[in-house]
Design a binder for this molecule. Sequence first.
Ligand code: 5GP
Ligand code: ZN
Length: 137
Amino acid sequence: MDDCIFCKIGKGEIPSTKLYEGGNVLSFLDINPASKGHALVIPKKHYHTLLDMPHEEMKEVMEIVQKIAAAVMTTIPGTEGFNIIQSNNEVAGQVIPHVHFHIIPRSKDDKLNFAWEQGNAEQEELEKYAKLVKDKL
Ligand code: 5GP
Ligand code: ZN
């Protein structure tokens, strides 16, 4: 897509701090990191959300997500864990409409907080939603 920042990064038209490039996948550091080593992994082709991606490309992207996460864990000082965040559509917080996975290194006392307030649900309600989803698989 012509005016997509991540497409431009994928084509090398906008510079990025690359971690990996190969096949259909690119990884680079986030320009406004949530923590040191915050990395992004994208398919080079433009897809708006995860649901638009062919399975084969999903597999390639996920393999690189795992590889980058493993490398981040052993190289970025203080890293003891990581979060993978992947947002779909504006309502979910997706700002750049090109599929991307965030790999956010976590360390003790990093003050990041991705927690949400836990809700409640009756078993009947859980079963209702389970049926809706299962019937669509
Ligand atoms: P979203 O909010 O859509 O999940 O994440 C978009 C991410 O892309 C943000 O964390 C933002 O800092 C990052 N970002 C936006 N523009 C650029 C850019 O030009 N270069 C790099 N490396 N990261 C970017
Ligand atoms: Zn794009």
